[in-house]
Write a protein that binds this ligand. Structure first.
Ligand SMILES: [Zn+2]
Length: 239
């Protein structure tokens, strides 16, 4: 019986490893998705900054064309001063020229402000481009890591599956089928215990079961969670 218990513990360790490998393999697609998500986000940020820059440049060009119109208008008004007949008309023309110059000054002020914003946006674009490049290479590296991990895990899975078959085939058929029934519902299927408590479900083990467990005369299962019970002392000794 001791040998059977030890074989069961070996099987459970292989099952544990196998479960770990499967869990990690199942998590790989989510890791790929997260990496691709990072790439998409940095690309979207870059496009956002690019759009904002374009809008600001358009605004600046609009103001510059307004300024050209204003200057043209001032030149036109100034060219009329020589032909004005009355004093009153002359003063009206000068007032109009002044107003034109005022609006030209305003436009020049706004163009300076717009140029500053455009320059800030260009810096932001450079930063976003650098960030997108760094993100791209980081994501490529992560995807390559995931791919090679996938290969490793597939190899581990094959190796562990073979080890599992070997360990399971060595087992006494009754012990094996009892263990398999437990692991269909819960893992680990074995509770290694040192006190009169099941380490799997924390429920107490009846004294008569515990006595049997220490002597290792039969295969015992927890009455509550059905895990196969193995006393810690069974694991180290060679008899
Ligand atoms: Zn239990």
């Amino acid at each position: 019986m001791r040998e059977t218990l030890r074989q069961l513990v070996v099987l459970q360790r292989v099952d544990d490893e196998l479960a770990g490998v499967k869990l990690e393999a199942e998590g790989l697609p989510a890791r790929c998705e997260a990496a691709e998500g990072e790439r998409t986000a940095s690309q979207a940020a870059l496009e956002g900054v690019g759009e904002a820059l374009k809008a600001r440049e358009l605004e600046q060009r609009g103001l510059e064309s307004e300024l050209a119109d204003a200057e043209e208008r001032i030149r036109h008004l100034e060219s009329q001063t020589a032909q004005v007949k009355s004093n009153e008309a002359y003063h009206a023309l000068l007032a109009e020229i002044d107003a034109g110059k005022q609006s030209k000054d305003d436009l020049e002020e706004r163009i300076l402000e717009a140029m500053e914003v455009v320059s800030e946006q260009r810096n932001a674009l450079t930063a976003a481009e650098a960030n997108a490049r760094a993100t791209n290479s980081r994501v490529d590296e992560e995807l390559a890591r995931i791919e090679s991990r996938e290969t490793e895990l597939a190899k581990d899975r094959d190796r562990l599956s073979a080890a599992r078959d070997e360990a399971a085939n060595m087992l006494d058929p009754d012990a094996r089928s009892r263990y398999e029934r437990v692991v269909e519902r819960r893992r680990p299927g074995i509770a290694i215990i040192s006190k009169e408590v099941c380490s799997g479900c924390r429920v107490g083990i009846p004294p008569q079961d515990f006595v049997e467990l220490i002597s290792a005369t039969s295969l015992l299962q927890c009455r509550t969670c059905k895990r196969v019970l193995v006393h810690r002392d069974m694991l180290g000794n060679g008899d």
